[in-house]
Write a protein that binds this ligand. Structure first.
Ligand code: SAM
Length: 317
């Protein structure tokens, strides 16, 4: 593949692709600015906090784009102003995507360079764009990615948990019952789990993780790449207790949880799950919740819940 210039080509599956620099490793000449990219859809990652995480290639493509589809033109407008970019912006978000897509596809058919960005990070990762990409593939319109920052991978990197196999679970449902069902579906996955979550719901999400997934190692990665970046690591019951007491933190968070393993279904695990559940429910309800999550006999879990609740009450005096 030609280096130092971009061309439209065909992928292995016969679909048209937009090709940039190919081959392994970064070539010195890759630092040179590119000529106008070939027409097509470019999925361009933008920073998740630190503006200097924009890539040289993203600057090339966004600088040359005929049109940039973005979630919020004000948010991307601010980024563009900071980066000295001036391509025309058009909104493409979950509420207007159906209406906006035909116009974007029409521009792509004409051979325009159309970039898709999200408010922050990698488009399509818990952000709009998948249907636009699918429509391009169906019409054999060129589509390629300009990779860069993503909070999921950054949080995973900093979690200290195994990275060889991970499952990106996106956002959990906001309602408690649906959230617990979603967690139960993930409980046996033999992979590190990566979640996005709103800071506001962090305390309840951690409490549900502690009771449904068991007392696993976990990390809360907050404000990644920003001034107040912080990674808090601990067992789920510790993290749940911390945020129950401290309240929701400021900023944005990624939660990373270790894979299902030997720690689950031990006596310590049962106690840790019950401790979290007893913090927000009666002995009976806590026992029912943990019996359902672990599959342990309800009577056995209830007996242990009674012991723990008594010990807690005595400690409180
Ligand atoms: N597409 C984006 C990406 O690739 O990172 C994610 C978009 S999703 C709508 C937004 C969520 O990503 C936030 O609620 C938070 O969970 C996570 N997130 C984004 N920026 C973050 C940051 N700087 N630090 C921690 N989490 C972040």
């Amino acid at each position: 593949m030609a280096k130092g210039r971009e061309r439209a080509g065909h992928g292995r599956d016969g679909a048209k692709a937009v090709s940039g620099t190919g081959g392994a490793g970064v070539q010195p000449s890759d630092r040179a600015p590119r000529s106008k990219p070939a027409g097509g859809l470019y999925l361009v990652a933008t920073p998740i906090g630190n503006a200097r995480d924009i890539t040289l290639r993203a600057l090339d493509v966004l600088g040359a784009a005929d049109l940039v589809a973005c979630e919020d033109t004000r948010v991307t407008g601010r980024l563009f102003a900071m980066l000295g970019l001036s391509a025309p912006l058009t909104p493409y978000h979950e509420h207007n995507a159906e209406r906006a897509r035909p116009a974007l596809l029409a521009r792509l058919r004409e051979g325009a360079v159309v970039a898709l960005v999200s408010d922050a990070g990698t488009p399509l990762v818990s952000d709009p764009g998948f249907r636009l990409v699918r429509a391009c593939i169906e019409e054999e319109l060129p589509v390629t990615a300009v990779p860069g920052a993503s909070a999921a991978l950054t949080g995973l990197q900093l979690s200290g948990l195994p990275t060889d196999r991970f499952l990106f679970a996106g956002f959990l449902p906001p309602k408690a019952a649906a959230r617990r069902t979603a967690l139960a579906e993930l409980a046996a996955a033999p992979a590190t789990l990566v979640f996005y979550e709103s800071a506001r719901r962090l305390p309840v999400a951690l409490a549900d993780m502690a009771t449904v997934l068991g007392d696993r190692a976990a990390a809360v990665a907050r404000e990644l790449t920003k001034l107040f970046e912080e990674v808090r690591r601990g067992r789920l019951h510790e993290l749940a207790a911390h945020y129950a007491a401290a309240g929701p933190p400021k900023g944005e968070v990624v939660i990373v949880v270790e894979a299902a393993g030997e720690a689950t279904h031990t006596a310590d695990d049962l106690d840790a799950r019950l401790a979290v559940a007893l913090g927000r429910a009666s002995v009976r309800d806590a026992a029912a919740e943990i019996a359902a999550a672990t599959g342990l006999p309800r009577r056995e879990v209830y007996a242990r819940a009674v012991v723990l609740a008594r010990a807690r009450d005595e400690e409180r005096g």
